[in-house]
Design a protein around this ligand. Structure first.
Ligand code: SF4
Length: 75
């Protein structure tokens, strides 16, 4: 078994996290228990993996109400 999830370089979930949350999720799932990650399970089953699906299986936002686009500071 590899140390890291094989999808770590392409998984889009981290773009929605701040730096602290990125580190926590990477430690908890991507570099450790990735076989229990809901996203990983769907990737290896060749099922769609929506951006809003969290590693623990929760939804980051409702499929019917996606988040508003973020603005960069100073925009
Ligand atoms: S969130 Fe899940 S699928 Fe994405 S890189 Fe981490 S362990 Fe892999």
């Amino acid at each position: 078994m590899s140390d890291n999830c094989e999808f770590i370089d392409q998984c889009p979930i981290f773009r929605y996290f701040n730096r602290v949350a990125q580190l926590l999720y990477r430690k908890a799932y991507c570099q450790n228990e990735y076989e229990s990650c809901a996203r990983h399970i769907r990737y290896v089953a060749d099922q769609p993996v929506p951006d809003y699906l969290m590693p623990q299986g929760h939804h980051l936002w409702s499929e019917d109400a996606p988040p508003a686009p973020t603005q960069s500071p100073g925009a």
